[in-house]
Design a binder for this molecule. Sequence first.
Ligand SMILES: *Cc1c(COP(=O)(O)O)cnc(C)c1O
Length: 375
Amino acid sequence: MLPYSTQLIDDEDIQAVVETLKSPILVQDKKVEEFEEALCRYTGAKHAIAFNSATTALFSAYLTCGIGIDDEVITSPISFVATSNMFVALGAKPIWCDVKLDGNIDERFIEKLITPKTKAIVPVDFAGKPVESKTINEIAKKHNLLVIDDASHALGSSVNDKKVGTLADMTIFSFHAIKPITTSEGGAVLTDNDEYAAQLRLIRSHGMVKKSLWVSDMTTLGYNFRMTEIAAALGISQLKKLDSFIEKRNEIAAYYDERFKNEKLFATVKLESGLKSSRHLYPIILNPELHCKKEEIYKELHECGYGVQIHYKPIYQNSFYREKFGTVFLPVTEDFYRSEISIPCHQKMSLRDAKKFADKFLEIISKYSYRGCSF
Ligand SMILES: *Cc1c(COP(=O)(O)O)cnc(C)c1O
C-alpha cells in the first residue's frame, strides 16, 4: 500500500535512539533541550517547548493564555478534532469560521464572528500551506485577541522566508509519526513571549519549580506532558533531514501540479508567491459532478494499493459537537469535505510511484466522470 503520508526512519535515526536508550537518563533532560534549541534555530522563534503530543501542546497553549469557561475561540472546522477539543476541555466554545477551497480559514469572515467573549483565533495551516497570518494578526491586534496557530502540518513552511512558528503568538507543531518530522508521538509550542514560555514549562511538568537541594514548590496546577529523551533524540536526528524531506515532497507535488494542470474534473491547491509549504498533504479537490462518486473512487484506489485519505470531516459534524453546541452548516466547509482527497505525497516514495499513481488516478477519475452525479 502506498499511503498518503508516512515516516522515513534511517539508520542515523535508529542509532540516535539506541544511543539515548543506553544513556542513564530517559526522561526529559538534555536531549529535549537540544531538540528545543534546534527547533528555535530552524524556525527563528525565541522559545520552543517540547511536549509529548501536539494535543497536550495545544491544551497547554490555550491554558497559558487564559482561555477558559465561557470564552469563545474562532477556529477552522477543517482540522483534526484536537484543535478544538483542547479549548473545549477548558470550557471554551468553538466559533466555526468557514474555509477557502485550499482548506484554510477564510480570513474575510473572521471579524464578523468576534464578540466581547472572543479570546483567540486558532487557524490551521492545512496540508502545510501557511494561513494568511498578516491579515489574521491585524484583526487580532485590532480586537486585542491572541493568535494560536495549529501548525501541526506546517513545520518547514514559510511566508516570504519567515518560517511558520514565528507568525503567531504561539504556534503548535506535531511530531506524530506521519507529520513533517516525527518523534513517534510528540509536539511543541513555539513563541517569542518569555512569560508564555515559562508558564508552558510549568504546565508541562506538574507546575513545580526547584528551590534548593530537595526542596521544590508547586506554584501552579500542572501535568506530565513531557517528551522523553528517546523521542527528542529521534526529533533531533529527523529535524536535520526536514529540508530534504520537504524538497522531496515538493518534487512530487510539482510533478502532480504539472501533470494535473489542465484537469477539468478536479483542482489542486495553488501556492501564491512567497509561500512555501511543507507539503504534508497533497489535496485533490474534486468538482461537484464527482462528489457522489467519491466513495467509489476512494474504494477503488484502496483496492489498487493507494492509501488515499480524506481530510477532514468538519469537526462540528461530530456527534459530540452537535450535541453540545448544536448544528452548524458552513457552505465551503461542507463542499471541501465532499471534494477533498489526499493523495500519496511523502519523502519515502519515488517520482515513479507518483507517476504510476497519477496514471491510475486519472484512469479511475475519467471512468467515473461518464457516470457523473445528477443534480
Ligand atoms: C495531528 C494533528 C493534531 C494532533 O497532533 P498529535 O501530535 O497527534 O496530538 C492536531 N492538529 C492537527 C491539525 C493535526 O494534524
